[in-house]
Design a protein around this ligand. Structure first.
Ligand code: COA
Ligand code: AMP
Length: 642
């Protein structure tokens, strides 16, 4: 007798056999102003669209719909800010009112459907309100993470060409206040595009001067604004642009549409995260990342849950018990964060003394993503929490998990190190260099068969060509994830890491290219490379290697400090670049390609193979010695067969 298929098997098979039927059924859970003409529109393949012709509004579905259905008094947002000692609960009805007014503010300063609005703000409810205000009137928001420097903000302003910027007087880090106004002013000084207005949220801990004629006080504008209703938009119209690191210094503007996004996110809340309307869902991330967009702002409210907006860190606000306090106090059902947050807690509280002070029995599951969940962290979290600990894999581009243990369908036994199986809607394959499917347990390029499901990126902002070239060209018919990995004999996926020049630092995806761009702008630097080296807390940390221009005689320590500051100023503190080494040459192939992968293996102390095309093998000895000066390059240290 064979086992009957699991709920996961049935859902997976249904999404494979007839994706249009599967997603059309999921879409029925939303309010549509006009029904779609085509569920999957393949007329411009390989650029696919979902629900074309349909009209709806994301803000209406996430907020107004629930107020109309009797959820007005329920908490929509719980703001918990240990850094300002503030707590505030906003009901769905209050949120509707505030979002409608904020949309009125935007309208009053000329923002219309399709216009872009840059949001450079901290973890305050106003950020979420600003995002929904854009959605309400069909404007396209682009949130820029507060840890990025003015140059990165300027690059995004020039690409998105916003009519307006929403900002605040400051953000608050554990040890310091981060005044945003000088950063914004600097960005606007260097950007070629000039937005007409900046709406500034003044925070009591640090107020700022407003620039006459340009800046508008957020609170004042809200008091006089007329609330505006939701505008129906096409399902295929953009809801937002979120920039993510590319392999060059120019970030990629991931576009998210309205219809497919709402359908997919709502579906995941029940089927992946297993939460019900009314449950409290907490994604401890930042609005500036994809996790923040999808699982702080949109998905929990689409599902009628309560979302937690936490302005704090896993440690230091005030201690390693901060997360447990929030869970207990707000009755959190599901926590979603990055493994690095748990490693930070584990480092400060290895035996769970802080944990023991709180009752977190309300928590039903912990979901982790953003980087590989190493088995040690998995076991530690599992033993501490005594609840399911779910590793799931996704990217800014997909916007929702590609692989997960779907708790709302079937809970599979966990294999530490694996995000379990592809989520219904995704066909994940492992291909070799020549595009041939690899058998189980063989590592290769992780790809997703086209078309991607709804909610994933339809393209890059105003750049179909870059989208096609970056993601769809290497293996025709597939989306290239940029990750390497394998699928085992039970169908479990294992993601082993990036195969390009993107590094994962504390759960953030960063481009070594943009750091190299900053380093090479220094007058004394002839050439440079940045490699991501292994780190016990943050997974990877960037290390810079620079070759100086001929005749430059400078103290390496002094120069290194200057270069670290340069990256901080140009890319931002979030880059985490703290070490720059001066070397006489970079290892290269005969065709001039810098051997970053080999350098990384040397730094990590992994076994490595002498690249057959290397120009001068001796350069690697100098690199190993340089890494050794900062405590790296410990391990086999010699080339396999070299
Ligand atoms: N605005 C300004 N600066 C910021 C910032 C922001 N929003 N966020 C981070 N920074 C700064 C930090 O203050 C730090 O500056 P420093 O070099 O002066 O110390 C620097 O950027 C590096 O930040 P980070 O890598 O986040 O290190 P951290 O020590 O501040 O915190 C963790 C480490 C692990 C606690 C933190 O990264 C974390 O909570 N990560 C997991 C959650 C998460 O956000 N994941 C994202 C996807 S799920
Ligand atoms: P980002 O776009 O910043 O979300 O980063 C996406 C990248 O993070 C992926 O391509 C992976 O390299 C990595 N990543 C995210 N989640 C996981 C996971 N659960 N396991 C392994 N790697 C992950």
């Amino acid at each position: 007798m064979t086992d009957s298929p699991s709920a996961y098997d049935l859902a997976y098979a249904a999404a494979q056999a007839n994706p249009e039927e599967f997603w059309a059924e999921a879409a029925m859970a939303l309010h549509w102003d006009t029904p779609w003409e085509r569920v999957l529109d393949d007329r411009a393949a390989p650029l696919y669209r979902w629900f074309s012709g349909g009209q709806m509004n994301t803000c209406f579905n996430a907020i107004d719909r629930h107020v109309l259905n009797g959820r007005g008094a329920q908490a929509a947002v719980i703001y918990d800010s240990p850094v300002t000692s503030t707590k505030r609960t906003i009901s769905y009805a209050e949120l509707q009112e505030e979002v409608a007014r904020c949309a009125g503010v935007l309208r009053s300063i000329g923002v219309e459907q399709g216009d872009r609005v840059i949001i450079y703000m901290p973890m305050t409810p106003e950020t979420l309100i600003g995002m929904y205000a854009c959605a309400r009137i069909g404007a396209v928001h682009s949130v820029v993470f507060g840890g990025f420097a003015p140059h990165e903000l300027a690059v995004r302003i020039d690409d998105a060409q916003p009519k307006v910027v929403l900002t605040a007087s400051c953000g608050i880090e554990v040890q310091r206040i981060v005044p945003y106004k000088p950063l914004l002013d600097k960005a606007l000084e260097v950007a070629a595009h000039k937005p007409a207005h900046c709406v500034v949220l003044q925070r009591e801990v640090h107020r700022c001067d407003l620039t006459p004629d340009r800046d508008i006080d957020w609170a004042e504008a809200m008091t006089t604004a007329e609330p505006v209703p939701c505008v129906p938009v096409l399902a295929t119209d953009p809801l937002y642009i979120l920039y993510t690191s590319g392999t060059t210094g120019q970030p990629k503007g991931v576009v998210r549409d309205n219809g497919g996004h709402a359908v997919a996110l709502l579906w995941t809340m029940k089927h992946v995260y297993n939460v019900e309307p009314g449950d409290v869902f907490w994604a401890a991330s930042d609005f500036g990342w994809a996790v923040g967009h999808s699982y702080i702002v949109y998905a929990p409210l689409l599902a009628g849950c309560t979302t937690v907006v936490h302005e704090g860190k896993p440690v230091g606000t005030p201690d390693a018990g901060g997360f447990w306090r929030v869970i207990q106090e707000h009755n959190v059902r599901v926590l979603f964060t990055a493994p690095t947050a748990f490693r930070a807690i584990k480092r400060e509280d290895p035996t769970g003394l802080f944990y023991a002070k709180y009752d977190v029995s309300c928590l039903r599951a912990l979901f982790l993503a953003g980087e590989r969940l190493d088995p040690d962290t998995y076991h530690w979290a599992r033993a501490l929490l005594q609840t399911p600990v779910i590793d799931h894999w996704w990217q800014t581009e997909t916007g929702w998990p590609v692989a997960a243990n779907c708790l709302g369908l079937t809970s599979f036994p966990v294999k530490p190190g694996s995000p379990t199986k592809p989520v219904p809607g995704y066909t994940v394959e492992i291909l070799d260099e020549d595009g041939r499917a690899l058998p189980s347990n063989k590592e290769g390029a992780v790809v997703i068969k086209l078309p991607l499901p709804p909610g994933t990126l339809p393209t890059l902002w105003r750049d179909d060509a870059r989208y096609i070239e970056t993601y769809l060209t290497r293996y025709p018919g597939y989306y290239l994830t940029g990750d390497g990995g394998y699928i085992d004999e039970d169908g479990y996926l294992f993601i082993m890491g990036r195969v390009d020049d993107i590094i994962i630092v504390a759960g953030h995806n960063l481009s070594t290219g943009s750091m190299e761009q900053a380093l090479s702008s220094h007058q004394d630097v002839a050439e440079c490379a940045v490699v991501g080296v292994r780190d016990a807390l943050k997974t990877q940390l960037p290390v810079g290697l620079v070759v100086l221009k001929a005749g430059v005689l400078r103290s390496a320590a002094e120069l290194s400090a200057e270069l670290v500051q340069l990256v901080r100023d140009q890319v931002g503190p979030v880059a985490n670049l703290k070490q720059v080494l001066v070397v006489s040459r970079l290892p290269k192939t005969r065709s001039g390609k810098v051997l970053r992968k080999t350098m990384r293996a040397i730094a990590d102390g992994d076994a490595w193979t002498m690249p057959p095309t290397i120009d001068e093998p001796a350069t690697l000895d100098e690199i190993a010695s340089a890494f050794a000066t900062i405590g790296l390059a410990r391990g086999p240290g010699s080339p396999i067969g070299g």
